[in-house]
Ligand binder design. Structure first.
Ligand code: ADP
Ligand code: ZN
Ligand code: ZN
Length: 743
């Protein structure tokens, strides 16, 4: 019996983030379900507010006489599975978020959506009869009728909108046909689905090669038995996607469903088509560019069993399937799998939790797994499976590293080494295309020596100092240590020590000057602010409208340019020495990805990496395509410095428009933290200026907490954060546990 409903009110406030109970009116008792949005009176408010139904109870925990009644149902078509409700509760605990924000991520849109209907034309008479009519219409020169008739000869039924458009007739023609009884016009419920499976040619499974078969067999052995987590490590082109597809087939054969997570930037029509070509209209797609209606319908198709596979970025991990067999996370190392807004969940963690709740299997796939995943795989927490060769033979990739220090010695001060310049000219002569890549991410303002490559680093953190023109200082953005800028290289005494940095705009200028006959396109945040400009630039380049494409990480992945035979990485150091302990990992991933851009067609590809520190293992190992070698070197550094996976971090971002206040409060807060945390073995680091130390007149500083166990940090948040935000009301404090972005 549903007597009372447990409700979370739709007001963002941590004090209200608990269950309230309401009486269910008689007439709603057989309609109300978990997940529905209801309208309720609340407190002394005159207007009703919305709330989410999260459960039912017969015996209330409060005084029955004081319990209010639900007013009405607001959105009744978004009910939530019990296991997803439990997942939301788990998220609240894991990410120290409110249950309300966790619920909001589970629900596709937070209002009642209407189901869409569409008019459908069905021919009522057989071909012979229709041919008779057409003859008659032709004779009388009723050209509209005649066009419609010929269309209906081929299409026994069709969408009204298609026939109107395809043969250019008005609805009156159709009404006329209906009156004559030649067709029926009906209204059909449809799903807003931007992908039409009918236009995509069906393909069959490829015969797996030996390594693919080994991986498929190993995963199949435990499918659905004991929520195992697999890490499939295989270079790009080794046939991972083909494996996913064949595993999904097995999952579907058992009557279960599959979720495939793909980073938004790689979620191109080509990627989606590969799945649709195998599974037809069983595939649904979610991404951020969908309209509310489309998003709601993708969600509804999953819930109503109209589709069995959901492809999408991180939020697709919540697809409302009720018999989930597998969750696949492709390119699992991508940082976009972690949400940047509350709840700051990581889709990988949510996937593993959801699999645990439902008995599903998880596959993580990558050419460059994130350190944490590979570490867990080596420890046996995940099952490591490897693919060592390309599935389809392609051309060997030729990677060259250029030592820019030697260029300087030889008197070349340009941004192009001699080798890169020569190669560009060769490719231009051959009418082949070139990508020039500037791997800057955010703000790298490190100081380095052009003579010997030495980079100035903080000796506490082994993180490069950031140059601050104001006061001519070097500041460590981890611990805040500040020193004066140097005038000579501490390592070789050279004067050529200065801030490192170049932007894409400058690169474009130099390129045009150096290669005046080449057509050059540039792609970065500045040139892609307009909607679609991203696709436009890539489309132009693919069509051969330019010879050289200059870009940042935006061009590193997901795109196949068959005519590109040369990729130049202008300054690998830019990402290598940003102030982030993951800099080496990101550089290795980026270089592996970007060098893979060259030679994807039938032509031999060359990649040239320019660097002032070419002896760094990130660069050497990416040339050798040696992930394991990279891992071994990097994990030693992480261990030595006690960075993840050996520790867990919590970033506290402190913000205020009043800089003096911010600095004062940040030191006071640090004192409080040191006092609170001294007993629980959590290290307090900072405060230091944030990487972006000022946005829109708001100043930003960071305090970092480092603990061995995730739960230590979580306990601290649950126990103290409310009190601390209360005490430091004048500044805003945001927390992020194990952040992947640098603040
Ligand atoms: P990944 O996902 O690891 O990058 P894909 O699955 O996309 O690799 O495979 C790379 C290319 O090799 C694709 O063009 C795919 O069609 C082809 N391919 C994969 N497996 C096979 C196979 N067993 N036989 C023939 N071609 C294959
Ligand atoms: Zn030097
Ligand atoms: Zn430091």
């Amino acid at each position: 019996m549903k007597t009372f409903a447990n409700i979370i009110v739709d007001i963002s406030h941590s004090k209200l983030d608990k269950i309230f109970q309401y009486r269910i009116p008689e007439d709603l008792k057989d309609k109300i379900e978990i997940g529905m949005i209801v309208s309720i009176p609340f407190g002394k408010r005159t207007n009703n507010i919305n709330g989410y139904v999260v459960g039912f109870t017969d015996e209330p925990d409060f005084d029955v006489n004081k319990i209010k009644e639900i007013h009405s149902l607001v959105a009744m078509n978004m009910t939530i599975e019990t296991h997803l409700m439990n997942l939301a509760i788990w998220m609240k605990e894991r990410y120290a978020c409110t249950i309300l924000s966790a619920l909001r991520t589970l629900i596709p849109v937070n209002k009642q959506m209407n189901n869409k209907t569409e008019k459908q034309i069905i021919r009522n008479i057989d071909t012979k009869q229709l041919q008779g009519y057409i003859k008659l219409w032709d004779k009388k020169k009723y050209s509209g009728l005649s066009r419609a008739g010929n269309y209906l000869l081929i299409n026994k039924s069709c969408k009204q909108s298609s026939i109107l458009k395809d043969v250019n007739i008005s609805t009156s023609v159709l009404n006329n046909l209906e009156k004559k009884g030649l067709i029926k016009i009906i209204s059909k419920q449809v799903y807003r689905n931007p992908y039409n499976a009918n236009n995509i040619k069906k393909t069959n499974n490829k015969l797996p090669n030996k390594s693919q078969q080994t991986v498929i067999d190993r995963i199949s052995k435990n499918l659905g038995n004991n929520n195992e987590v697999f890490l499939v490590h295989g270079i790009t082109g080794s046939g991972k996607t083909e494996i996913y597809i064949q595993i999904i087939q097995k999952v579907l054969d058992e009557g279960k469903q599959a979720i495939v997570l793909i980073p938004e930037i790689s979620l191109t029509p080509q990627t989606v088509k590969r799945f649709i070509a195998r599974f037809g209209d069983k595939v649904g797609v979610m991404h951020s560019r969908l309209s509310n209606g489309e998003r709601y319908d993708a969600w509804r198709m999953a819930k109503e069993g109209k589709i069995s596979i959901m492809i999408g970025p991180r939020s697709a991990v919540f697809a409302p399937f009720n018999n989930l067999g597998i969750i696949i996370i492709d390119e699992e190392h991508e940082m976009t799998y972690k949400s940047e807004i509350s709840p700051k969940y990581h889709a990988k963690e949510v996937a593993i939790k959801r699999a645990e709740m439902t008995g599903a299997t998880v596959i993580l796939g990558s050419a460059t797994p994130c350190l944490e995943s590979y570490y867990l795989a080596k420890k046996g927490v995940y099952t490591l499976l490897e693919l060592k060769e390309k599935a389809a033979t392609t051309n060997e990739l030729n990677v060259e590293i250029v030592d820019m220090r030697e260029e300087l010695v030889n008197g070349n001060k340009s941004i192009f080494s001699k080798l890169l310049k020569d190669e560009i000219e060769k490719k231009l002569d051959n009418n082949e295309q070139i990508i020039l890549f500037l791997n800057r991410r955010g703000y790298s303002r490190f100081v380095s020596c052009r003579q010997c490559g030495h980079v100035l680093k903080c000796d506490n953190c082994d993180i490069p100092y950031t140059y601050h023109a104001q006061g001519n200082k070097l500041i460590c953005h981890y611990c805040g240590k500040t020193i004066n800028m140097v005038s000579k290289c501490p390592s070789c005494n050279s004067k050529y020590i200065k801030q490192f940095g170049i932007g894409t705009q400058k690169v474009e200028e130099y390129t045009k000057k150096e290669f005046p006959s080449a057509k050059v396109l540039r792609m970065d945040l500045d040139t892609t602010t307009k909607k679609n400009s991203y696709d436009t630039i890539l489309g132009m380049f693919r069509k051969g409208k330019a010879d050289i494409l200059i870009g940042t990480q935006m061009i590193a992945k997901g795109h196949d340019f068959p005519n590109v035979t040369l990729v130049g990485v202008l300054a690998a150091d830019l990402s290598l020495y940003m102030s982030d302990f993951r800099a080496s990992e990101r550089t290795f991933q980026l270089l592996t990805q970007v060098t893979g851009r060259a030679g994807r067609g039938n032509l031999q590809g060359t990649a040239i990496i320019q660097s002032y520190t070419p002896e760094h293992y990130s660069i050497i190992k990416s040339k050798e395509q040696d992930y394991k070698g990279f891992y071994e070197a990097e994990i030693k550094y992480r261990h030595l410095m006690n960075y993840p996976p050996f520790s867990n971090l919590l970033t506290m971002l402190l913000q205020s428009t009043n800089e003096k206040q911010l600095i004062e409060s940040s030191y006071m807060l640090k004192r409080d933290l040191c006092y609170i945390l001294s007993k629980v073995d959590i290290e307090v680091i900072g405060p230091s200026p944030a990487n972006v130390s000022k946005i829109n007149n708001t100043y930003r500083r960071v305090i970092l907490l480092k603990g061995n166990k995730y739960n230590q940090l979580l306990n601290f948040v649950n126990k103290y954060m409310e009190r601390l935000t209360g005490k430091y009301k004048d500044i805003s404090i945001h927390i992020d546990i194990n952040p992947l972005i640098s603040y």
